[in-house]
Design a protein around this ligand. Structure first.
Ligand code: FES
Length: 94
């Protein structure tokens, strides 16, 4: 089994999530954010266009005492949208 931490995670989903997190200014104190980001990346690798229910279920193991949940959800939708746009551009080039 390979273990990947937030410091080493790579790929389209990771980049999209990082960009969305910054754009939405998601973190507050930052304590929970490593887990939130890793869960978001894992979700987007499994579900291309997650619903709010998909997001809530995928993120349910990560508690945020700063209650950043609305920004987390918005950032995941943003990241999913960006990944869809990238896929559309790649498809158009073929
Ligand atoms: S940002 Fe503070 S606990 Fe989540």
């Amino acid at each position: 089994m390979e273990i990947v931490t937030i410091e080493a995670v790579e790929g389209r989903e990771a980049e999209a999530v990082r960009d969305a997190w910054v754009a939405r200014d998601v973190p507050q104190c930052g304590f929970c954010q490593s887990g939130q980001v890793m869960s978001a990346i894992a979700l987007l690798r499994e579900v291309q266009t997650p619903s709010d229910a998909d997001i809530d279920a995928a993120m349910s193991g990560n508690l945020c005492r700063c209650a950043t949940y609305p920004r987390i959800r918005a950032a995941i939708h943003d990241a999913a949208g960006e990944l869809q746009r990238q896929a559309g551009r790649e498809e158009a080039r073929r």
